[in-house]
Design a protein around this ligand. Structure first.
Ligand SMILES: [Cu+2]
Length: 146
């Protein structure tokens, strides 16, 4: 009897377990930096979903950005959602879509982990950790104040 109950609770995985995250990472920031970026690959084994928000204790707020080419200049624009296709994946990477950690509360140091929560339209909250990699130069120009 007891054995049966344990089995049942194990099978009752929430439906949102469909979206998974691979290799979430960010870059170390120079002292005093106010913004950082978050990258990862989002995969859906089932239905399509969308990232509709994100937050981190390390940042005042987290925005979702896409990178667009404007002549010779790469610019970032905030978007309301990032789509994860059904049975497919979307890669957040330098020069493409990414998360933007705004109003950083501290310096991000190489080797540490930064907690981050993604809010999925269907899947609810997904908690993960960005591994902080070395300060890289491959950073597109920012628009406006950041
Ligand atoms: Cu950005």
């Amino acid at each position: 009897m007891r054995h049966g109950l344990i089995l049942l609770s194990f099978l009752a995985l929430p439906a949102w377990a469909q979206v998974t995250v691979e290799r979430p990472w960010t870059r170390a920031t120079p002292p005093g930096a106010k913004v950082g970026a978050g990258f990862m690959t989002l995969k859906s084994a089932g239905v399509a979903d969308r990232v509709v928000g994100a937050s981190s204790p390390a940042a005042g707020r987290v925005e979702m950005h896409v990178t667009i080419r404007d002549g010779d200049v790469m610019k970032m624009r905030e978007v309301k959602a990032i789509d994860v296709p059904a049975g497919g994946s979307v890669e957040l990477k330098p020069g493409g879509a990414h998360l933007m950690l705004m109003d950083l509360r501290r310096t991000l140091k190489q080797g540490e982990k930064v907690p981050l929560t993604l809010k999925l339209e269907k899947g609810g909250e997904l908690k993960l950790e960005l591994s902080v990699e070395e300060l890289g130069a491959r950073q597109p120009a920012h628009h406006g104040k950041h």
